[in-house]
Design a protein around this ligand. Structure first.
Ligand SMILES: Cc1ncc(COP(=O)(O)O)c(C=O)c1O
Length: 502
């Protein structure tokens, strides 16, 4: 319990001079009610008698009298010079009235009726993950926290706080902190071959907000959108939430099957793609397919939403130029995030819009939704990029993640014969652990979860097209000891389930 004293303005505690009840009694009764209503809880400190006397405009002795009475009756403990605290053994002397509070353990069925009091939430929102995510193998998409350069980050933060300006405290440009947009534009031009100026960038609260904003700004009811199948469920949900209808597109070995999409759904208004590293199966859309997609989008007035969520992590081949960098017609909206390179709690992502005018319009929307991202966080990130800490961290993580991927592959190859199979991936933060045909990956994932192993089933991201059964095995956040122990644990469970003795 924090030892800080209560703010002296305890709401509702007043002394009414016209009242015949003595002032000390009014204070005593007021405080007692506040304690009984549990506005102030066991162990919490009361304001000092001097401060309360000043606030209530009475003499200090009157407050002391009230405190004495409360102490006498066991509501508070007072020690000379150490302040007055609500008694920790209160529950032994009073029974609190039962309060209607929603406890964290409330069941889903109960929350549903509570939620429905206002607006019935759609399935898209109900199914969204909102709990704190655990960092245990094989949770995917989580960077290596143990290797995060805290020292450098704190150094940048200290610099920003030392040089704090009035500007940092106010309403800034909703589009995002300009120096950060400059750093991001420079980074994207050199590393991802984007055609981009800071004026085209809008800083968002993670990539998810970027997707939600696109959905709000571009989607009309009954619009058709191409959706990779399997694909990123939260993007699908965002577009459907605005009334768009998904056109599920199967994958070829290298991402979305563009020919199939054109043949089956030529009237689509938008496509959501992860061309650098298809989520979740991996694979990079080759250059000819990128050009085909861009030409189709140009001729058919289609928006391309390019989600480049983890393109930084490439381990063998050189990256293919982004769709945005190849786009001469202004059809691509590019989005990225710092969740995977730095840490998800930072909640900084960005949009690169095809023109300054469109970026200005998106900035209005950003301002309407949540006004702006935190300026201090943006300034710290800008400093981190400016000092080259960012580039150096990225280099280190590429080497580390490749090693971790290699290690996980070796463990699965060594112990998993007959029950699970993996292939090395050129990019990304997870592998797919392919299970024997006919197994239900959802059931297996649930079973593993009950034994403290996290592995999302591949079928969770599938829609119309069935996938082979597989488990998503994130490896970036776990050292070799963890990867080894958990691989052995995972494989021994799979052997038990399949009855395999190999
Ligand atoms: C494909 C894809 N896009 C976007 C996101 C959202 O990232 P952010 O944390 O920046 O909202 C994720 C998160 O895992 C993702 O996997």
């Amino acid at each position: 319990m924090p030892k800080s004293s209560l703010h002296i303005n305890i709401p509702g505690l007043v002394v009414n001079r016209k009242n015949k009840t003595p002032a000390y009694r009014q204070i005593y009764e007021g405080l007692r009610n506040i304690i009984l209503n549990r506005q102030i809880r066991e162990g919490q400190r009361l304001p000092s008698s001097r401060m309360l006397a000043e606030d209530l405009k009475v003499s200090r002795n009157i407050v002391l009298l009230a405190y004495e009475q409360l102490a006498l009756e066991g509501y508070i403990n007072s020690g000379v010079g150490s302040g007055s605290y609500v008694s920790k053994s209160l529950d032994q002397i009073i029974t609190y009235p039962k309060q209607k509070v929603l406890t964290p353990n409330i069941k889903v069925s109960e929350t549903k009726s509570f939620v429905n009091l206002k607006h019935p939430l759609s399935e898209n929102i109900i199914n969204t993950e909102s709990a704190k995510s655990s960092v245990i193998p094989f949770q995917n998409g989580i960077p290596s926290f143990d290797q995060f350069p805290f020292k450098q980050w704190v150094k940048c933060a200290n610099k920003i706080f030392r040089e704090f300006e009035f500007l940092h405290l106010g309403y800034d440009d909703a589009q995002g902190f300009y120096p950060l947009r400059q750093s991001i534009a420079a980074y994207l031009r050199t590393n991802r071959a984007l055609q981009c100026e800071p004026e085209q960038i809008v800083i968002t609260n993670g990539a998810q907000q970027a997707i939600n904003m696109i959905a709000k700004m571009l989607i009309k009811k009954n619009d058709l959108f191409w959706m990779e199948d399997p694909g990123y469920a939260n993007a699908k949900a965002a577009f459907m939430e605005e009334g768009a209808l998904p056109c599920y597109i199967p994958l070829s070995k290298n991402g979305i099957n563009v020919d199939w999409a054109i043949k089956h759904y030529p009237k689509a208004n938008l496509v959501y793609v992860t061309p650098s590293n298809q989520f979740p199966t991996g694979g990079t859309l080759p250059l000819p397919k990128r050009i085909q997609l861009l030409n189709w989008a140009h001729k058919n007035d289609m928006w391309i939403i390019e989600d480049d969520y983890d393109s930084e992590f490439r381990y063998f081949k050189k990256p293919v130029a982004s769709l945005q960098g190849l786009d001469n017609f202004g059809r691509v909206i590019y989005l990225g995030t710092f969740s995977k390179i730095l840490f998800p709690a930072l909640r900084i992502g960005y949009l690169v819009l095809p023109s300054v005018e469109i970026a200005k319009t998106f900035s209005k929307a950003k301002s309407f939704f949540d006004r702006q991202n935190s300026i201090t966080d943006q300034a710290i990130l800008h400093e981190f990029m400016k000092q080259d800490f960012f580039a150096s961290h990225l280099r280190k993580m590429r080497i580390l993640y490749k090693k971790r991927q290699d290690f996980l592959c070796s463990q699965i190859h060594k112990y998993g014969k007959g029950v699970i199979r993996v292939e090395k991936q050129d990019s990304g933060m997870h592998l797919i652990g392919w299970l024997p045909d006919g197994m239900d990956d959802k059931v297996i994932s649930e079973f593993l979860h009950s034994h403290n192993i996290i592995s999302t089933p591949l079928s969770r991201y599938a829609n119309k097209f069935e996938t082979k059964p597989g488990l998503i095995l994130g490896y970036t956040s776990f050292n070799e000891k963890y990867l080894k122990d958990y691989s052995i644990k995972l494989i021994s469970f799979l052997k038990k389930i399949t009855g395999s003795s190999t």
